[in-house]
Design a binder for this molecule. Structure first.
Ligand code: MN
Length: 418
């Protein structure tokens, strides 16, 4: 990959330098130092979830592509390629049990491909081969104490694996809910959830955090235990300082003002981070920035002055594209929105807001959003040895064809929202 990157970069570098200098002059006239923006972009990383390396699917079907990763080690190889080409995805988020392996083997592989590990993700929304009890009717909030115990033990197991590979956080999303009115007592169900969550919280190492992630619906279609940011905030507040709320762009009712949720959680010191994707109708898990890059920009407009240490991750499902190409373009879209948000003239914006000049306040955002920051992103990639043009370089290197020869074709078949 290194050879392909150098070869393709050499062709595009002169044009990039000319574009970068021109943008630098333009930004200088606006009182912005391009080098400062570039430095911030270069320091920004977004984690990729291991499960996104394989082709996703819907509850109807999954159509795997060539060279699907067979296990976590193939996935880490793929994620390493995404990072080598973009320089923007330094960590991988593991999902247990899907990625269960010897922690020392995980560490060795990650080091080999130049990656670290982000938050651990527990899974109590499906049954595990080695577990005696079923999560069909819930997990942390199940009516049966024994099932709750099993779900708590699984989460603590995830913490233990994470501790051995350098992770510092556990993300908890449960599918618990109900499909019929009257099926569950909302209050007692949340009470049970809280008791279970406290037991997980008590097992956190000192320097760890627990992230609670809400989702409006699915797999439960009438009610969901952690259905919105209100419940998520209640959970984080009741648990304690080490608990914070994750916001996933796809997990809201249509037309909800998501950037405002970011702002509210930030104000309360309860924002854990953000999961990026895009959607048209629901939790569509489409590529970040694919449909509404302005919404992504508005989210970053709130994130840009958020405290350091937030967890940023792509969380999307690639059904019709090469997952690695989707992850490259999505990571780039995330960085683009970040760079554009950095260009907002904050002093001018605050002045327009205080003067009740709605039109000029909106324009202050639009001026930043309309700026083509691609030369900044590409220069940041070039300087760290990544690709000026990630997807073109990836295709030129022929990586997919290579792994297709090494990895037997995966079977299609059943659904698989991951
Ligand atoms: Mn998510």
């Amino acid at each position: 990959m290194k050879h392909a990157i150098e070869a393709v970069n050499a062709r595009h570098e002169p044009a990039l330098r000319a574009d970068y200098d021109a943008l630098g002059e333009h930004l200088d006239r606006r009182g912005i130092d391009i080098a400062q923006i570039e430095a911030k972009v270069a320091a920004f990383g977004v984690a990729i979830p291991s499960w996104a390396a394989g082709t996703g699917g819907t509850r109807f079907a999954r159509f795997p592509g060539a060279g699907e990763p067979r296990d976590i080690f193939d996935k880490l190889d793929d994620c390493g390629v995404v990072h080598a080409l973009t320089g923007a995805t330094p960590t991988v988020s593991l999902h247990i049990p899907w990625d269960k392996a010897d922690p020392s083997d995980l560490l060795a592989k990650a080091e080999q491909v130049g990656l670290g590990f982000d938050a651990m993700n527990s899974n109590t929304f499906q049954d595990h081969a080695e577990m005696p009890l079923s999560f069909k009717y819930g997990s942390l909030s199940h009516t049966d104490r024994a099932v709750r115990d099993q779900a708590v033990a699984h989460n603590i197991d995830c913490i233990e694996i994470g501790r051995q590979i350098g992770s510092k956080a556990l993300s908890v999303w449960v599918g618990d809910g109900s499909n019929f009115p009257g099926q569950s007592d909302f209050t007692r169900q949340l009470d049970r959830y809280m008791k279970s969550a406290h037991r997980i919280y008590d097992a956190l190492p000192e320097d760890w955090r627990i992230f609670t992630e809400h989702k409006m619906y699915e797999p439960a279609f009438y009610s969901t235990v952690v259905q919105d940011w209100g419940t998520s905030l209640i959970i984080a507040q009741e648990l304690g300082d080490k608990a914070q709320c994750l916001v996933d762009l796809g997990h809201h009712a249509p037309n909800v003002n998501i950037e405002m949720i970011v702002s509210r959680l930030k104000r309360q010191g309860k924002l854990a981070g953000f999961h990026f994707n895009d959607s048209k109708y629901g939790d569509d898990d489409l590529d970040a920035g694919a449909i509404d890059p302005y919404r992504l920009f508005l989210v970053f407009n709130e994130l840009v002055d958020a405290p350091a240490g937030l967890a940023y991750m792509l969380d999307q499902s690639h059904n019709v594209t090469d997952p690695l190409e989707s992850m490259m373009t999505s990571a780039t879209e995330v960085l683009r929105a970040y760079a554009q948000a950095l260009l907002v003239d904050r002093a001018a914006l605050a002045g327009h807001q205080d003067a009740n000049d709605a039109l000029m306040a909106s324009e202050a955002l639009k001026v930043a959003f309309r700026t083509d920051v691609e030369p900044i992103l590409a220069m940041a990639r070039l300087k760290r040895g990544a690709a000026i043009r990630p997807v073109a370089t990836y295709r030129k290197a022929g990586y997919r064809a290579q792994v297709a020869e090494q990895r037997p074709a995966a079977k299609g078949g059943g659904g698989g929202i991951v």
